[in-house]
Design a protein around this ligand. Structure first.
Ligand SMILES: Cc1ncc(COP(=O)(O)O)c(C=O)c1O
Length: 445
């Protein structure tokens, strides 16, 4: 501390890091000592046998399953230093409720039994909270706490559709869900959408043509289009699914990413579904931090037992300290303040990004400016190749999400998705669009 003029906290952290790296050992009551140096060099081994093992066709696998994380990693991987992150899937750290989260986690850690086993369905108070948020006649008894939305989607698709069967999906849609479906051996079948969401006449035809028993749908601020399912269509989608004897997986991922200027939001489909057609998915990550991996599945009828069984077999339960922290957070006065601040900031950022795009790239079509969610979906002008633009943008210092992974069949045109929530603020938004413009200019000199 004296030599480097640092605080005891810094010294403790440095020692902890050195211990983790194996350079010092700490002996309680005695002090910290230099560790014996490792004598043997780590054996690098030979893993080439795995290439054969992982590719050998077992021939018994009748249903092809492919685990491809690329569509998910676009929004999870950290961009290279200096690159503006228009491809993020979560709030920038400056928009996350970091202090409220830290306080919630500290309080959660002190709750009695915080490290004990939680009930496998989730903490009763947290299930109550999620049920109240969904509304309608949904109760805590209909609800399971999950490790975020992604694991809820995985559980739902595995519960509802056996390998080899089709699953209807909106086109375009969230690549992470397509990846889950393919990894489960399902065949995603696209159903086109427009400004009001999935198109009912095509949905009906798709159920008829495929015999599918599941539709995955994001009725609110759809990713990537931002569309909200129209009032008439909400009834139609439920009627059509019910007539086809099919479930609707409602991924309500963006409800808490509503912008300040939005009109009152429609309720989740699950709130108006007495017959158990809807399996509802929601999560706290999008409005807080990607690491608050707490979400929920809500369902009615025998399907709930199947969901529960799959979740408990796969992962037992969501860690109790995280559930306790989620409860502490949503019960604190900071929660509503945070939601208001996010709504305000998202509205302002959306306006800045849309304005900068209209200014710098007027030929790029913005078919819909949503009042919720964290991104804009742009259609590229003819003659601008999507892959070359995405690569050129990265060279120019801005990471954008390519549109291709959002389509499970051939896309009708090139697209990109730009997130305005993952960047540091207005200056980065303006600079990011300027860099994108540079990349476009380089494609068409
Ligand atoms: C539409 C949609 N659903 C679900 C998720 C999963 O999010 P999480 O697992 O963090 O809740 C995402 C994340 O990008 C998403 O975009």
């Amino acid at each position: 501390m004296e030599r480097y003029r640092v605080s005891p906290v810094t010294v403790t952290r440095a020692l902890a890091q050195l211990a983790a790296e194996g350079l010092v050992v700490t002996r309680p009551g005695a002090g910290a000592f230099r560790a014996e140096p490792r004598t043997a060099a780590p054996d690098t081994g030979d893993t080439s046998w795995q290439e054969v093992a992982l590719s050998a066709d077992t021939a018994t696998e009748l249903v092809p399953r492919a685990v491809d994380a690329s569509g998910v990693l676009v929004t999870l991987a950290a961009p290279p230093p200096g690159v503006i992150e228009f491809n993020g899937g979560y709030l920038h750290p400056s928009l996350q409720p970091e202090r409220a989260l830290a306080a919630a986690l500290a309080r959660a850690g002190r709750r009695p039994g915080a490290w004990g086993r939680p009930p496998t369905d989730g903490l009763p108070e947290l299930r109550e909270w999620f049920a109240r948020e969904i509304g309608g006649s949904v109760t805590a008894a209909d609800l399971l706490v999950t490790a975020g939305g992604q694991s809820a989607i995985t559980t739902a698709l595995r519960a509802l559709a056996p390998p080899g069967t089709p699953v209807l999906v909106e086109s375009p849609t969230y690549p992470g869900m397509l990846a889950v479906a393919r990894a489960a051996g399902l065949r995603p079948v696209p159903v086109p959408t427009d400004a009001e969401g999935v198109r009912p006449e095509l949905l009906e035809a798709a159920f008829r043509a495929t015999g599918a028993r599941v539709l995955v749908c994001q009725p609110l601020f759809q990713n990537p289009t931002g569309a909200v399912l129209g009032p008439e269509r909400r009834r139609e989608v439920l009627r059509i699914a019910r007539a086809a004897g099919a479930f609707v997986v409602e991924d309500d991922f963006a409800r808490r990413l509503v912008h300040e200027d939005a009109p009152p939001l429609p309720a989740p489909l699950a709130a108006e579904d007495p017959d158990g057609v809807v399996v509802h998915v929601c999560s706290l990550t999008k409005a807080t931090s990607p690491s608050l991996r707490v979400g929920a599945l809500a369902a009615r009828g025998p399907v709930l037992e199947r969901l529960r069984a799959i979740q408990v077999v796969d992962s037992f339960f969501v860690p109790r300290p995280l559930q306790e922290a989620a409860l502490e957070l949503v019960g604190s006065p900071a929660w509503h303040r945070h939601q208001r601040a996010v709504a305000q900031e998202l509205r302002s950022r959306r306006g800045l990004l849309a304005g900068a795009l209209a200014d710098q790239l007027p030929a790029f079509a913005l078919p819909h400016i949503p009042y919720g969610g964290h991104h804009l979906w742009l259609r590229l002008p003819d003659g601008v190749p999507e892959a070359a633009l995405v690569a050129g943008a990265l060279r120019a210092g801005v990471a954008v999400a390519p549109g291709r992974p959002y389509f499970c069949a051939e896309p009708p045109a090139g697209h990109i998705r730009l997130s305005f929530a993952g960047v540091a603020g207005p200056t980065e938004i303006a600079e990011g669009v300027r860099r994108l413009r540079t990349a476009v200019d380089e494609l068409n000199p």
